[in-house]
Design a protein. Structure first.
Length: 65
């Protein structure tokens, strides 16, 4: 289970780096979109970060039980 936690931590760090980069230069992280703006960055990478954080919390809670 430790490797899953490490993988989720790595994925979360990557998403947060893309999130911060996208706030300054949205076209770098949303290259596949026709229109790149900060709202789309927040929507895509912010929701992804929240989902991964919730997944980490659930998995840590299940491991503790």
């Amino acid at each position: 289970m430790d490797s899953v936690n490490t993988g989720l931590n790595t994925l979360l760090i990557l998403i947060m780096l893309l999130f911060v980069t996208g706030l300054f230069k949205p076209h770098v992280v949303l290259w596949w979109e026709d229109r790149q703006n900060r709202i789309k960055v927040i929507r895509i990478y912010g929701i992804s970060a929240v989902i991964i954080l919730l997944l980490k919390l659930v998995l840590n809670t299940l491991i503790q039980a």
